[in-house]
Design a protein around this ligand. Structure first.
Ligand code: ADP
Ligand code: MG
Length: 232
């Protein structure tokens, strides 16, 4: 579904991704974990096309999309939920969702109903200003907005950041529902243990290099992962 090979990316002369390779199969939930500053957000932004890439390829359903503009990647089925959510605070919940559907404007109503089914709280609050929602609700809105474009692959950047544990768990559990609706998920998290409990496979990134990969179970039992990320 998504195949990244030898991706190199830099800010000016400072290279922060040093040849990252990973793949996500159709129907998988894959977690990318690593410390602050490891390059996770840079990688997701490179996939979306808003961060320049120096070398490497990004294949989406077999087509190399590297070098293609961001809007084309969205059209081809890649949607990102950015770090920090980036919802439009002054607009209503319903309008935030509508803005996510710019690739398929004829389906705004139908897709919005699907999002409301997935997140009933957004349906209750459809006319409220997005900025008045709680952090967890804003995360749901950001996910819903990305789903409005009918992505084949959903990229999530730290969806549980700043959320209380119960809400964080809800947000992670929703990834399973999203997967069951036919969308493949690549999720970046610092909440390592929790994300590996819902993911199928995972990768560990350290200083711009993938250092470990395996099934979620393997990573949960990996002593290096324990030592570095689970505080054991
Ligand atoms: N806009 C930027 N300009 C310069 N350096 C940046 C910028 N954004 C991130 N970096 C640097 O790139 C590295 C990776 O950052 P980032 O991808 O945000 O990591 P993560 O998401 O894993 O916390 C860090 O060393 C960070 O300081
Ligand atoms: Mg980040």
């Amino acid at each position: 579904m998504l195949e990244i090979d030898g991706l190199v990316s830099a800010y000016g002369r400072i290279e922060v991704l040093h040849g990252v390779s990973l793949k996500v199969d159709a129907g998988e939930i894959v977690a990318l974990v690593g410390s602050n500053g490891a390059g996770k957000t840079t990688l997701l932004r490179a996939l979306s096309g808003v961060q320049p890439v120096k070398k490497g390829s990004i294949r989406l359903e077999g087509v190399n999309i590297e070098g293609r503009p961001p809007f084309e990647r969205v059209r081809r089925g890649l949607s990102q939920v950015p770090e920090g959510r980036q919802i439009f605070a002054p607009l209503s919940v319903a309008d935030n969702l509508a803005l996510g559907a710019w690739t398929c404007t004829s389906k705004i109503e139908a897709n919005r109903e699907k999002v409301y089914e997935l997140f009933p709280i957004l349906s209750d609050f459809r006319d409220r200003q997005a900025g008045s929602l709680s952090g967890g609700q804003q995360q749901m809105l950001a996910m819903g907005r990305a789903l409005m474009a009918e992505p084949r692959v959903l990229l999530l950047d730290e969806p549980t950041m700043g959320l209380a544990p119960i809400l964080a768990q809800q947000v992670l559990d929703i990834m399973r529902t999203i997967r069951s609706m036919g969308t493949t998920v690549l999720v970046v998290e610092q909440n390592v243990q929790a994300v590996l409990r819902v993911a199928d496979r995972g990768y560990v990134i350290e200083r711009g290099v993938i250092t470990t990969e395996g099934s979620a179970r393997e990573l949960l039992n990996d002593p290096r992962v324990h030592e570095a990320y689970l505080g054991v």
